[in-house]
Design a binder for this molecule. Structure first.
Ligand code: SF4
Length: 739
């Protein structure tokens, strides 16, 4: 009998590039039995959120995909039969070869979801795999509905290699703009607070508020971070009007001359044009649009501008269709107030080393690069045509123009649940000749696959290193994969060998690959393994701790300066200044719809009990919230005869979804807030799977695919709806594994 042993690893309830909360996994008699937070890990300091606590239930969940499957019915039907790994892998390798020979490498497509992280080992390996094949048809489908499009605007406006994060530790004023209900990432400094999990960002904010910093929350609902008297001001902005609020803040700051004159004169261009442009955006004008009193806007703007150490965090675009006005106004606010790259403002944080290996981009011919789907869009061009544009991918799959990818590999991505317009996604998936889905769960997307492969959870996988600032650590395998699950990385290495590319892929040697990934840090795999509990602290560089690094950070901007009047966008035919347009489906722009659809609807993404479309099959988590939900103000609920816990129908001009009403005082009375990602059943609680399409539990059926940001293609998540009591959704039979 084995005594209990402890494996230091990382939690993978959130996945961002391999660096997550530190976890101590307890193993007894070969079984993963319980977890505790790793007190040595600087991110979570011994704490784990509910998702982390439930890791064991996730691993041993009988609902997981257990065996390789091959389709045995129509696409979408969900009928499969079991096959061996050998059979599955040889069919997949053969299909890839055929597609490449018959059509060309760009007809092979790989897409991945957030489960694999954005910048870690998985991302490097899969891009390398595609490049080795000669294909640039790599597409992350998530960014069309998340935070990433904003980053393009930030980069165009204020430069830097990534986005300027809030420096909470030194801030006296913290503005949280539509955060908390956003995506739940553990480490990237992006987007999580108390509503998504309980540590890191939330802990930093709470610590700082306890020391006297003021917290302002701009959000149609009050997020949990603001509870217990922590919030000093809550501005319940009307969904989809954040751009108007941000622009009127710029108006006040310039009008009252409370901008940072020295910074503006030294580091910004186009200030006069911006000043003239924002004269129209008075607080009185914004009040009529945002629902925030002009007096409040005046105070907010002056407070933010005149507090020497003020930072701002913006989550997955609160405003989607008119993202441009908001996503340009926010970096302009940071710039004209001089709150950029200064202590307590929004600063660029860099790791002490960038992990990675070559992605073999030199293997891509110029012809292949030209053929990237959506490659002519500014969004893809400005990122170097490294990957395809989600929207163009879907449209190309449906229309065949300019060409239809024939073979698709989908790793940990579930667009049937998380992307807008699931009916269109289903149509697109049906058109692919051959699709492979690799996942932990039998997702709605896997129903459209020809072959489905069971992925191991990270607790069953050999190390994935991650770095945050100068802390380098690695997740370690806790137990061997259950059933016939396999590590996605090993599947990829195996496939590369079968395709004759073994030499470029460490001849299938996983350890050699990880060692290569670590090389930029100057640390060996053995050293990292020996420091499993505490990780390794690399020396901090002078660059990491220096601030006001404007010369270097702005060097790729025209004239090395912030373009308040953006000449780059202008050259591309876009407006150089942020002009408020607003959302198409909103009582102000579509008053004719107001009688039939009197309420505004939007949705949040991850929560403290699940991550996007994952984890509803975990009983501990599902007990906390059993059904897809919609938050509604009690006064509104009363008006429509709805009680807490009632099933309701929510109807927009585009579709109908079902959810359970949660009466919530701290939400605007004209707003309903739901959450995406609900489809999964939970056998342990006898809760059944629900449809991802109409009349199911998917908010994405309510939005209009065509209401999107012109530059980034970010699709709206604001629409007008009505609500009424209704019946629960029909049950869906889970994917059938056959014999
Ligand atoms: S926030 Fe929670 S789910 Fe995310 S990595 Fe940390 S413990 Fe895991």
């Amino acid at each position: 009998m084995e005594s209990e042993r402890i494996v230091p690893t990382m939690c993978h309830g959130c996945s961002y590039g391999g660096y997550n909360c530190g976890m101590l996994a307890h193993v007894k008699d070969g079984k993963f039995v319980r977890v505790e937070g790793n007190p040595h890990h600087p991110l979570n300091k011994g704490k784990l959120c509910a998702k982390g606590q439930a890791a064991v239930q996730w691993v041993y969940n009988e609902q997981r995909l257990k065996y390789p499957l091959i389709r045995a019915g129509e696409k979408g039907e969900g009928s499969f039969k079991r096959i061996s790994w050998e059979e599955a892998m040889s069919v997949i390798a053969e299909k890839i070869k055929e597609t490449k020979e018959e059509y060309g490498p760009e007809y092979i497509m790989l897409s991945k979801g957030q489960s694999s992280g954005w910048a870690g080992l998985h991302q490097f390996l899969w891009i390398r795999f595609m490049h080795a094949l000669g294909s640039t048809s790599f597409s992350n489908w998530g960014p069309s509905v998340c935070y990433a499009p904003q980053l393009m605007y930030h980069k165009q406006l204020i430069g830097g290699p990534s986005y300027a994060r809030p420096d909470y530790e030194h801030a006296d004023l913290i503005v949280e703009w539509f955060t908390g209900g956003g995506t739940g990432g553990a480490a990237r400094g992006g987007v999580e607070t108390l509503d998504t999990n309980l540590r890191s960002i939330a802990l930093k904010i709470i610590e700082r508020v306890n020391k006297g910093a003021r917290l302002i929350i701009i959000n149609p609902q009050l997020i949990a971070l603001g509870a217990n008297g922590r919030v000093s001001r809550w501005l319940p902005v009307r969904p989809g009007t954040d751009g108007a609020l941000a622009l009127s803040m710029i108006h006040v700051i310039i009008r009252d001359k409370v901008y940072d004159k020295k910074f503006v004169s030294e580091w910004c261009e186009g200030f006069d044009k911006l000043s003239a442009h924002v004269k129209q955006y008075t607080p009185a004008w914004a009040e009529g649009i945002t629902g925030i009193e002009a007096r409040e806007i005046e105070e907010l703007a002056r407070d933010y501008a005149t507090t020497p150490r003020a930072c701002m965090r913006v989550s997955e675009a609160p405003q989607k269709q008119d993202l441009r006005s908001f996503a340009m106004a926010v970096p302009i606010l940071m710039a004209i107030t001089g709150h950029l790259d200064r202590p307590g403002g929004n600063a660029w944080f860099f790791p002490a080393a960038r992990l990675g290996f070559s992605t073999l981009s030199n293997r891509i011919s110029s012809k292949a690069r030209e053929r990237v789907l959506g490659g002519d869009t500014f969004y893809i061009k400005s990122s170097g045509r490294h990957s395809a544009f989600f929207r163009n991918v879907i449209e190309a799959l449906i229309s065949g123009k300019p060409y239809r990818p024939r073979t698709m590999l989908v790793f940990g991505s579930n667009p049937m649940s998380t992307a807008r317009n699931p009916a269109l996604i289903a149509e697109a998936l049906k058109k692919v000749d051959f699709t492979v889905v690799v996942d932990v769960s039998k997702t709605p997307t896997s129903r459209y696959a020809d072959i489905v492969l069971p992925a191991a959870t990270r607790y069953e996988c050999y190390g994935q290193p991650g770095i945050w600032e100068n802390h380098l650590t690695m997740s370690h395998k806790v137990i061997d994969p259950l059933w016939e699950a396999r590590d996605e990385l090993e599947v990829t290495l195996d496939l590369a060998s079968r395709l004759g590319m073994g030499k470029d892929f460490w001849n299938g040697d996983h350890r050699a690959m990880v060692a290569d990934f670590l090389k930029p840090a100057g640390v060996t795999l053995e050293q990292l393994e020996q420091s499993a509990l505490e990780g390794i602290y690399l020396p901090r560089t002078e660059w990491m701790d220096r601030r006001e690094r404007y010369e270097e950070l702005f060097k790729e901007l025209p004239d090395g300066k912030i373009q308040l009047y953006n000449t780059v966008l202008e050259k591309e035919g876009f407006e150089p200044l942020p002009t408020y347009v607003g959302e198409t489906e909103d009582p102000l722009s579509a008053p004719e719809l107001s009688n039939e659809y009197p309420l505004m609807f939007t949705d949040e993404h991850s929560a403290y009990i699940n991550h996007h479309s994952w984890m509803r099959d975990i009983p501990w988590l599902r007990e906390i919230r059993k059904h897809a939900f919609v938050k509604i103000n009690p006064a509104t609920a009363k008006k429509y005869g709805i009680d807490d816990g009632d099933w309701v129908d929510i109807v927009s001009p585009h579709g109908r979804m079902k959810a359970v009403a949660i009466l919530f005082e701290a939400i605007r009375p004209d707003t309903l807030m739901s959450q995406h990602g609900w489809w999964q059943g939970c056998d342990a609680l006898d809760l059944k799977e629900t449809p991802p399409l109409q009349e199911g539990t998917n908010p994405n059926v309510l939005y209009d695919w065509d209401n999107r940001d012109l530059i980034t293609g970010d699709i709206t998540k604001n629409t007008m709806v009505r609500i009424q009591r209704g019946a629960p959704p029909e049950e869906v039979l889970p994917v059938r594994e056959g014999l």
